[in-house]
Design a protein around this ligand. Structure first.
Ligand SMILES: [Zn+2]
Length: 475
C-alpha cells in the first residue's frame, strides 16, 4: 500500500529490512513513515511512483531493523556506573544507595534524562522504567530479603513526577513503573498511587508515554499482605505489574516461598511479569506457565553481579513468554543491546553445551517483539509493520567492515555492535547519528549530571566520615 504523499514524514529506500515479524525473511526495499509517526507502508523494491516525503534517505543497502526494547530498566541509575563492581546484588545496591540517598527530585530528573538519551543513542527506542521513589528501600541493612523495606519519610511524588518529565523530554518511548513503597496505611499507599496516576494522566495524549505500571515489592516484603496490596492497585488502576523476583543467589528457599504469596493473592496472569526469575523450581515454572504470567531476562546484569543464569530453555518449554531487558546502566554499565543479547545467547549455549538450544533469531525476538509482547505493547512497537510506530535503527555492517554479508539476521545479531549503529529513529524522526545525539543538548545534560554527582559524593563522604566517628567513639 502507499500513503498519500502529503502525509509522509520520511521514506527510507534501498534498505535491507528485518521486520522482526516471526518467520520474516530480510528483503531489500523501502519503509515509509506517516506524519503521525507510524509506519504507513513498507515493501520490497522501490516505493510506488509518486511517493514523496518531507525527508528521503537512501540506506545504501544497510540494515534497517526495529529499535530495541528494554523490558526492564532503571534509568535514573545511569550516572552511577562502575560502583560496587565486585559485589553481588545487595552489596552493589548498598554502593548505589550511598550516593542516591542524598539525591533531590531535580537530581533524579537529570539522572533519568541521562539514562533515557543514553538508551536512544544505543538504539533502544522503548524502555520499561522502574522509577526511584526517593528511597531505595530503607538502606543496605534493611534491604535484606525477608525484611520490610521503606524506611524513608521522603514524599515520592516530586521524584515520580521528575522521572516522567525526564522521559518525556528525552523523546524515549516508555512504560513508567512505580514502586509500591509500603509506608503508612493502605489508604495512604493507595492515595500516593492515585496522585501519581493522576499526574501521568495529563500526558495521556503523548504517544511516547505508553502506560503506567507498578514495580512489585514482594521479594523485599515480610508478609503476604504486600501481594494483596499490589493486586488491589493493579485492579483499581488497571496497571500491569513487573516484580523483581528470584534474582539474588542468597537465601533462595526463603525467596522461593514467596511465590505462593503472589499466587494465592491472585496476582499471576498475562499482566504480570517476573523480572530475573533465575532461581525457580519446576513447580514455580509450571504454575507461572499455567497462569499466563511472563518473564524478563537481564543477561548482562545477571552476569555482572553474579546472580546466576535463568533457565530460558526450560521456561520456553513450559510455555512462558520471555522478553529481554538491559536492567539499569549501573549494574549493566554499558547499555548495549547487541552485547546483552549475545551474552544471553552465549551463556545459555555454554550452560547446555549445545548451540542448538537457543536460536539467534529467538534471542533477537526477545529484545524486540518478544519484549513488547510481555509488556502488552506489541500492537504499538517491536516490529516493522504498517500501523506500528516508526521506531527503527540503521546498522551498517560494512562500517567498520564485518565482511561480506551471508545472512543479514546473523550478521546483525552476531557480528554488529554499537560501532555499526549509524542512525536511530523514533516515530520517523532521527534522534541519533553515530554516537551523536540529535534530540537534546547533550553537553548541558553532562554538565548537570557531573555537578550533581559531585555534590552527592561530597555528601556521601561526609556521612561515611560521621558514621566512622560515631562508631569510633562508641568502641
Ligand atoms: Zn532491575
Amino acid at each position: 500500500m502507499s500513503a498519500s504523499p502529503a502525509t509522509l514524514r520520511l521514506v527510507v529506500r534501498n534498505a535491507c529490512i528485518l521486520t522482526g515479524v516471526p518467520g520474516f525473511e530480510p528483503f531489500v526495499g523501502y519503509l515509509a513513515i506517516g506524519a503521525d509517526g507510524r509506519i504507513a507502508a513498507l515493501g520490497a523494491g522501490e516505493p510506488p511512483a509518486g511517493t514523496h516525503a518531507e525527508r528521503e534517505v537512501d540506506a545504501e543497502g544497510k540494515i534497517v531493523a526495529p529499535g530495541f526494547i528494554s523490558a526492564h530498566s532503571h534509568l535514573f541509575q545511569s550516572p552511577l556506573r562502575g560502583l560496587g563492581t565486585d559485589q553481588t546484588l545487595y552489596g552493589w545496591l548498598g554502593a548505589i544507595k550511598q550516593l542516591s540517598e542524598h539525591a533531590t527530585a531535580e537530581d533524579i530528573y537529570w539522572f533519568c534524562l541521562h539514562g533515557s538519551v543514553d538508551f536512544l543513542r544505543n538504539g533502544i527506542t522503548t524502555g520499561y522504567d522502574f522509577t526511584y521513589s526517593g528511597d531505595l528501600g530503607g538502606g543496605q541493612r534493611s534491604i535484606g530479603i525477608g525484611e520490610a523495606g521503606g524506611s524513608s519519610t521522603v514524599d515520592p511524588q516530586p521524584y515520580e513526577e521528575a522521572q516522567i518529565r525526564a522521559k518525556l523530554d528525552s523523546g524515549l518511548r516508555f512504560i513508567n513503573s512505580v514502586s509500591v513503597v509500603p509506608l503508612g496505611t493502605e489508604e495512604e499507599i493507595e492515595g500516593r498511587m492515585e496522585r501519581i496516576v493522576r499526574f501521568a494522566g495529563r500526558f495521556a495524549d503523548n504517544p511516547r508515554f505508553l502506560k503506567m505500571a507498578i514495580s512489585g515489592w514482594v521479594q523485599r516484603s515480610a508478609g503476604i499482605e504486600s501481594a494483596h496490596r499490589e493486586v488491589r492497585l493493579m485492579r483499581r488502576f488497571g496497571l500491569m505489574n513487573q516484580a523483581h523476583f528470584l534474582e539474588s543467589p542468597e537465601r533462595v528457599p526463603e525467596q522461593q516461598a514467596k511465590f505462593a504469596w503472589y499466587r494465592d493473592a491472585g496476582a499471576l496472569g498475562p499482566d504480570f511479569v517476573f523480572g530475573h526469575f533465575i532461581h525457580t523450581t519446576p513447580e514455580i515454572v509450571r504454575e507461572t506457565a499455567k497462569s499466563g504470567a511472563c518473564m524478563c531476562w537481564q543477561p548482562a546484569a545477571n552476569g555482572r553481579i553474579g546472580s546466576g543464569t535463568a533457565d530460558i530453555p526450560a521456561l520456553l518449554k513450559a510455555g512462558i513468554k520471555v522478553g529481554i531487558g538491559l536492567d539499569d546502566q549501573s549494574c549493566g554499565d554499558l547499555s548495549d543491546p547487541f552485547q546483552n543479547l549475545r551474552m544471553g545467547l552465549y551463556s545459555i549455549r555454554a550452560l547446555y553445551k549445545d548451540a542448538t538450544i537457543l536460536a539467534v533469531r529467538q534471542v533477537l525476538h526477545f529484545h524486540t517483539l518478544g519484549a513488547a509482547e510481555i509488556l502488552g505493547i506489541a500492537s504499538q512497537v517491536g516490529s516493522l509493520e504498517v500501523g506500528k510506530f516508526g521506531d527503527f535503527i540503521v546498522v551498517d555492517p560494512r562500517s567498520p567492515d564485518t565482511g561480506p554479508v551471508h545472512d543479514p539476521v546473523s550478521t546483525f545479531a552476531l557480528a554488529c555492535g554499537l560501532r555499526n549503529l549509524e542512525q536511530v529513529y523514533v516515530a520517523g524522526a532521527q534522534v541519533a547519528q553515530g554516537s551523536t545525539l540529535l534530540c537534546c543538548d547533550e553537553a548541558r545534560i553532562r554538565r548537570e549530571v557531573d555537578a550533581r554527582v559531585a555534590r552527592l559524593k561530597t555528601l556521601r563522604d561526609a556521612s561515611v566520615a560521621s558514621l566512622d566517628l560515631t562508631q569510633g567513639s562508641g568502641s
